[in-house]
Design a protein around this ligand. Structure first.
Ligand code: NAD
Length: 370
């Protein structure tokens, strides 16, 4: 089989690395990489060639005879038109927004959206949301550090004592947990909150303090799953009151709350931001999904008149492109190994991981029709 790696538009990451190319080649497949595809991830064309890939000067040439195409972001319509009919496409295809599924179906593409992978033990090594959110959580703390005009740790110097930064993390999924661990490593005092009360233990095991919004047993039961559910207005009110109190005392707030397929929940109002101290910083990892903070502007850093900085920069994993690509590429290699072997390619529709992620197949859009 021929596997193609196009250069991404609007992303610094790449969907294969020399390490994964070597594995595909060892299985007897050929890999073609669009020239420059790895540059922003610190992989030169020569690195791919050394691993056994060939280089195509343009995207159209890379895609023309590819049986399998690996991407980070959804392909643009123009790129879809360059695909071979019946090709396999694997990547983060933004299934809840993607308008290109009809075009993929028209080309009879078998497209897999990696965001839809079930969160099961078997899927862990292929879980792109985990590998990328982990990086986002780490980078969020470093970004906060960049915009925060003070030290993170407590310092005792001859010129006086510096208090440690108080960091509030909202949403304790993969990104939130890594943010807690990173902020602790830098010496901050960390508090965290989540609608899933099962996260309390995880926060405490990392040395953070869990802020618990009072919940009824019914609410707790509704939120004991893997993903958070949209909360009632009553819960939101209780949460808002508690957040307002802790936000006032916080120097840095990192928000990571997401609900799959829905806009990010609004956790910090403009009024709460108005009550924060000058010099404090909000890093909104959910900026691309609409933001957890009312004042977030996706892709922007805004400094407000009260001295608070609101950071809505997008694609935090892309800021650590080399490691983000390396982990992402390994996720895809493991996922593709469910179908690809030395003996060729076989799509087993009974496999729960493949069935859950397959969004277009045999001329049909399957996502939303299941
Ligand atoms: P996510 O990115 O979907 O959301 C981030 C966090 O925000 C979640 O913890 C969520 O509960 C929280 N949140 C949502 N609405 C909120 C609100 N209104 N207020 C406060 N917090 C809110 O989460 P994720 O990182 O993808 O992790 C989701 C779950 O998947 C976790 O339980 C995680 O342990 C699990 N997981 C399982 C696997 C696996 O077994 N393969 C892999 C990774 C993650």
């Amino acid at each position: 089989m021929q596997i193609a790696i196009p250069a991404e538009t609007g992303d610094t990451r790449v969907a294969a690395t020399p390490e994964t190319v070597k594995k595909f080649v060892a299985m007897g497949h050929s890999v073609v990489v669009q020239s420059g595809a790895g540059f922003a991830s610190a992989v030169l064309d020569a690195g791919f060639v050394e691993a056994g890939a060939s280089i195509a000067p343009t995207r159209a040439e890379a895609l023309a005879s590819a049986d399998i195409v690996l991407t980070v972001r959804p392909l643009a319509e123009e790129a879809i038109s360059e695909l071979k009919e019946g090709a396999v496409l694997i990547g983060q295809l933004a299934p809840y927004q993607n308008a290109t599924f009809p075009a993929l179906a028209a080309k009879k593409v078998s497209a897999f959206a990696m965001e839809l992978l079930p969160r099961t033990t078997r899927a862990q090594s292929m879980d792109v949301l985990s590998s990328q959110n982990n990086i986002a959580g780490y980078k969020a703390v470093l970004l906060a550090n960049q915009f925060y005009p003070r030290f993170m740790p407590m310092l005792m110097t001859a010129a006086g004592t510096v208090k440690p930064a108080r960091v509030l993390i909202m949403g304790v999924g993969v990104a939130g947990l890594q943010a807690i661990a990173t902020a602790k490593r830098l010496g901050a005092v960390v508090e965290a909150t989540d609608v899933r009360s099962s996260t309390k233990e995880q926060v405490e095991s990392l040395g953070g303090k869990f802020i618990e919004v009072p919940m009824s047993d019914e609410e707790k039961a509704a939120n004991d799953g893997v993903y958070a559910k949209e909360m009632s207005d009553d819960y939101k009110q209780r949460q808002a009151e508690l957040v307002a109190k802790h936000a006032k005392a916080a120097d840095i707030i990192i928000t990571t709350a997401l609900i799959p397929g829905r806009p990010a929940p609004r956790l910090i109002s403009a009024e709460v931001v108005a009550g924060m101290k000058p010099g404090s910083v909000i890093i909104d990892i959910a900026a691309e999904a609409g933001g957890n903070c009312e004042l977030t502007q996706a892709g922007e850093v805004i400094k407000l008149d009260n001295g608070v900085t609101v950071v809505g920069l997008a694609n935090l994993p892309g800021m650590l492109a080399a490691d983000a690509s390396s982990l992402y590429a390994k996720n895809l290699l493991t996922f593709l190994s469910l179908m690809l072997s030395k003996d060729g390619f076989k799509l087993d529709m009974e496999d729960d991981l493949l069935a859950a992620t397959l969004v277009t197949h045999a001329g049909e859009v399957r996502f939303g029709n299941k």
